[in-house]
Structures are given as structure tokens and as C-alpha cells.
Design a protein. Structure first.
Length: 113
């Protein structure tokens, strides 16, 4: 699910998770959007941070529904401030967050070219 993102950011290993069993300690903080038994979206929540939002297929609304699930989970934990990490090349995600009232407060370089 996160292979494309990790590959684009040159994060090794790109194949970080090979199966569900490797994620069992993260199951309370990772939400999967499933359709007909196939994962088509995912998001992870760590405290006030929404991370690893991705979708396997481009279907209208999948990214929005997945992000909303994560944001609601963070709010249900009692957090008011929400932190997002988005790669600048991922303009679809940037637009989604800006459209939903978020603002860019900080940019940082995570990989040197």
C-alpha cells in the first residue's frame, strides 16, 4: 500500500510491510478503506499526527473518506490540533487538506537530493 510513496521518497526498504501480521501492533492507529475485500485506501494516526494517507486506486472520494476517518479518530482522542505531513509532490493531498481548512505552517526537507 505504501510502496509507491516510500519508493518516490527513496525510503528503504520500500517494501516495509509484507503482510497484515507485521502491522498488528499498529492496528488501533491504522485505518484501511476496503472494497470487496481489497484495500483501496489507508491512513495512520499517531497522537495528533495524520500520516501515510494513501489510496491504491484513484476513485473519487476514497482519499477524502480515508482522511476523514483518520481526522475523526484524532478528534475522538481529545486532540484539538492536528499535524499533517505531506510530500510537496503530492499535490492531490495538499489540495485536499487546504480545501478542508488546513494551512501550511512549516516546510522541511526530509531527503537531500
Amino acid at each position: 500500500m505504501f510502496y509507491g510513496m516510500r519508493e518516490d521518497l527513496e525510503i528503504e526498504p520500500a517494501n516495509f510491510y509484507f503482510d497484515y501480521s507485521q502491522m498488528k501492533d499498529k492496528r488501533t492507529n491504522t485505518f484501511l478503506y476496503m472494497q470487496n475485500g481489497t484495500i483501496i485506501g489507508a491512513v495512520s494516526c499517531y497522537g495528533t499526527e495524520l500520516d501515510d494517507l494513501t489510496n491504491a486506486i484513484s476513485r473519487k472520494g476514497v482519499r477524502t473518506k480515508t482522511a476523514t476517518t483518520g481526522l475523526n479518530h484524532i478528534k475522538e482522542q481529545g486532540y484539538v490540533e492536528i499535524i499533517l505531513h505531506v510530500a510537496e509532490w503530492n499535490q492531490n493531498a495538499v489540495k485536499l487538506y487546504l480545501k478542508n481548512g488546513f494551512s501550511i505552517t512549516k516546510k522541511e526537507r526530509v531527503r537531500e537530493n
